[in-house]
Design a binder for this molecule. Sequence first.
Ligand code: NAP
Length: 293
Amino acid sequence: MVLIDGKKVAQDIRNEVQKEVANMMAEGRERPHLTAILVGSDPASETYVASKEKACEEVGFTSSIHRYTSFITEKELLDKIIEINNNPKIHGLIVQLPLPKHINERLVIETINPRKDVDGFHSVNVGRLTQRLPTYIPATPLGVITLIEKYNIPTSGKHCVVLGRSNIVGSPLSILMARNDYPGNCTVTLCHSKTVNLKAICKQADILIVAIGKPEYVTAEYIKEGATVIDVGIHRVPSTETKSGFKLKGDVKFDEVAPLCSYITPVPGGVGAMTIASLLMNTLWASKNAPEY
Ligand code: NAP
């Protein structure tokens, strides 16, 4: 069994991005700039945005954060997005989700210039993904396919089962794993809460990608011997074994599943470690005006 080291792959990517930025500076090109809009004071969102800011600094990007209280009106937020869209010095824009209830999240995403949409959530970019056109792949799916690629995991002709059909994880991964490329060329089955015989379907998977948002849901009974298991889930569960009083767990029951696998991602240190590195890759691409876009 090979344990996929997301932390190491992510660090390698950060180093590559840093080198590329240094080269761009040497050539007198513009420094990539990522902007985040943060509304309200959700602690998880604060943490994510702070980590993104730190990562930008480490690789040599500049970054900025526009903070608003949850009383901001939809119009004020949309006007800010339009202002950023029109600012040529800003290459990538992310609006940290979730947004307060009085703001239409879809409208906000659709207002972002698709070329600056480094989260890949705009319907133009989702459409481009389904049409197999170059686009911003959302950070978590991009992290998953990068891990598969870095570990040279065979995908062509394999049966890939994706467990979960969310817009940000499961659905894009089902498209990516079915495309005529590497990683890809899989026969894909996309499962969700209405799927009948879930266990039997998962047991047929050569590659099982799990993103259902339920701690340790997938047990050994779901796994075909020799499968590759990619665990996207991330949960803080109470624990008496740690000082902090919690432990991070995935959607997969790692201890019983790992011995059956040829490759598996741990939690933490697997897919989660890749998210920010993927965002950096997308922002770097945006700063070059997304040439193949
Ligand atoms: P989500 O939006 O809640 O979607 C969960 C999906 O799983 C849905 O499609 C749902 O089906 C399906 N599902 C739920 N229970 C099921 C069951 N018992 N059997 C079969 N399917 C079931 O979750 P998400 O945003 O995709 O996130 C999934 C997990 O990944 C979460 O643990 C999240 O924290 C984690 N995550 C990690 C990262 C990262 O590492 N950076 C990023 C994003 C998410 P329906 O569509 O029928 O409801």
